[in-house]
Design a protein around this ligand. Structure first.
Ligand SMILES: Nc1ncnc2c1ncn2[C@@H]1O[C@H](COP(=O)(O)OP(=O)(O)OP(=O)(O)O)[C@@H](O)[C@H]1O
Ligand SMILES: [Mg+2]
Length: 536
């Protein structure tokens, strides 16, 4: 075969937009498999609604409705009571990939990338050729409706049919038709996703109308807004050479010394003095715009030699022990549970994160099986339930690393719900679809420690319950022979049979005291007996 020249090969050279890329690689956005694709749509819109309402300081109310339009074809609509999107931004926000209010900020939110909503718009137009219908108002008199789609070649929004609707209530409503999707009521379905969303967002009110028309309501169990996480500044330990250079060149400060103090967490004038000592050949009084790649490399190296105070935890807001307990109680009505909140820990690169875990026993905890029950693990990241890709997720790996038997917990037979939420300014997901947390050693270890503590918390209750069950079985077995024994004794001794039977019963009860103990009482004395006690 004749060799081809580069010039000839390169006649096929073309540039593509990010929208074209995701059109070809939709599985990266979570659009693989019909059931998963439908959950992804609801997940993207619902997380946006919760983020938006919280940022505006509004207790979120979200209504989701899914109806069947044909084989593997559904209409999805989501309405929230959030701040809405100004008319001039609606196209960019919902129909441009990699555009949004979150990507460039260092704030703990559910959304991170500016891809989710535009991904839905793209998926609808790819599978049905239709546009997304938007109804929105940012306040009294500022309502409008329009239709949006993406010009995928340019990754630009196409907005049409814009009509003012002054009477619309505040909030955003999106409605789209999607094909190659399927509704299923399973552990991986929308209902389960929303149930878990309600669990990790007790301050939200969620209503879901399923394709049969049935309405599922998840009322608010907490009437106060969660505290808002403060925007964080990057910690020097989290920076790469290029980051520092970009920050420096965009900076408004006049000197490198003030640039470092103003833009990064934990950089005090004392730390700048230490850095000056370590990198003598960088002039800290020069304009940060003059910072060279070489200077940046030296600074990054010096950052690693300085002793830093850990980043502040005010930037991360976990769900909170009380709220998790309340939500678990609402949803699982467990006999007992133990909730754990770990202290702030640090990811490689200086990014702080907090792990919360809970284990509940009994009630609707766990999953029913043919033989009885088994444990379920519920994974969350920044309060968002993760339903897919569990095999690769740090939470699954950590749960597998716990020796549950050591705590008398049998994950294959007991009604246990295991809950883990990881909160961070930046969750290291394994993919754009954000369904699985990367297996960073620090995260796995924190989750493992949290789960061990939670397991220890329920151990005493479960052991007490097992002991009581065991004793009750022994008591009943022996009692089965009490009558016969009293009859035999009566015939030998001629004593009253009834009196003998009573005496035997009394004797057995005194030897097996636990037999008469109620399950709930065994919870007393454990740290978190309240759940069971309050149920009483
Ligand atoms: N319900 C909503 N109310 C108000 N603004 C919204 C709403 N949904 C989306 N937005 C705006 O649109 C932007 C883009 O949303 P999109 O889901 O594409 O990205 P994101 O949420 O920023 O990140 P991610 O890709 O991780 O979801 C958001 O950053 C937000 O500014
Ligand atoms: Mg989003």
């Amino acid at each position: 075969m004749a060799e081809k020249k580069a010039e000839e090969i390169f006649t096929a050279f073309k540039e593509h937009s990010i929208a074209e890329f995701f059109k070809k690689n939709r599985q990266m956005l979570g659009y693989s498999g019909k059931i998963r694709s439908l959950v992804t749509i609801v997940h993207e819109y619902a997380t946006n609604s919760l983020d938006a309402a919280e940022e505006a300081g509004i207790l979120p109310s979200v209504r989701i409705s899914v109806s069947e339009k044909g084989e593997d074809r559904y209409m999805v609509s989501i309405t929230d009571n959030g701040p809405g999107i100004p008319k001039s931004y609606v196209g960019k926000a919902l129909a441009t990939i990699l555009a949004g209010t979150k990507f460039h900020r260092y704030v703990q939110q559910r959304g991170q990338q500016g891809i989710g909503a535009a991904g839905c718009t793209l998926f609808s137009q790819m599978t049905t050729g239709k546009q997304i219908l938007v109804k929105c108002s940012t306040g009294t008199g500022k309502g409008y409706t329009c239709k949006i789609s993406i010009d995928t070649v340019k990754n630009k929004p196409v907005v049409s049919d814009m009509v003012d609707m002054p009477d619309l209530p505040r909030g955003l409503s999106v409605e789209g038709e999607f094909a190659e999707v399927k509704y299923e009521n399973s552990d991986h379905g929308i209902l389960e996703y929303l149930k878990r969303t309600a669990l990790s967002n007790p301050h939200a009110e969620i209503t879901f109308v399923d394709p049969t028309g049935q309405e599922h309501k998840f009322p608010r169990s907490v009437q106060v807004m969660p505290e808002r996480p403060e925007p964080a500044q990057p910690h020097p330990l989290g920076l790469y050479v290029n980051d520092l250079l970009e920050y420096a060149h965009a900076s408004q400060e006049r000197k490198i010394s003030s640039f470092l103090q103003e833009n990064f967490a934990r950089v005090s004038s004392g730390k700048v003095a230490e850095l000056r000592e370590l990198v003598k050949d960088v002039d800290f009084d020069k304009d940060p715009k003059q910072l060279s790649w070489d200077d940046s490399e030296k600074l990054i190296k010096a950052f690693k030699q300085v002793k830093w105070i850990a980043p502040e935890s005010t930037h991360i807001k976990p769900i909170g022990e009380d709220q998790i307990r309340l939500a678990m109680k609402n949803i699982f009505e467990p006999e007992f549970m133990h909730v754990v909140e770990r202290k702030t820990a640090l990811l490689k690169g200086g990014i702080p994160f907090i792990v919360e875990a809970a284990v509940s026993f009994g009630g609707f905890s766990g999953r029913k099986t043919d033989e009885g029950h088994e444990a379920t693990v519920m994974r969350f990241a920044n309060r968002v339930p993760l339903l897919f890709d569990s095999g690769t997720c740090a939470i699954t790996i950590a749960a597998k690393n716990v020796d549950w038997k050591r705590y008398n917990l049998d994950v294959e037979k007991m009604p246990l719900s295991i809950f883990v939420n990881v909160s961070s300014v930046h969750i290291p997901y394994t993919g754009v679809g954000k369904e699985s947390i990367a297996q960073e050693d620090e995260i796995i270890e924190e989750i493992r420690l949290a789960l061990m503590e939670a397991a220890r918390g329920v151990q005493k209750y479960v052991s007490g319950k097992m002991r009581a069950h065991h004793e009750a079985t022994r008591y009943n077995t022996i009692m089965r022979y009490a009558k016969q024994l009293s009859l035999d004794l009566s015939s030998i001794t001629s004593k009253d049979q009834k009196a003998l039977e009573k005496a035997i019963e009394k004797l057995v009860a005194s030897k097996i005291p636990q037999a008469g103990v109620k399950d709930e009482e065994t919870a007393e004395g454990t740290e978190q007996g309240e759940a069971a006690e309050e149920e009483e």
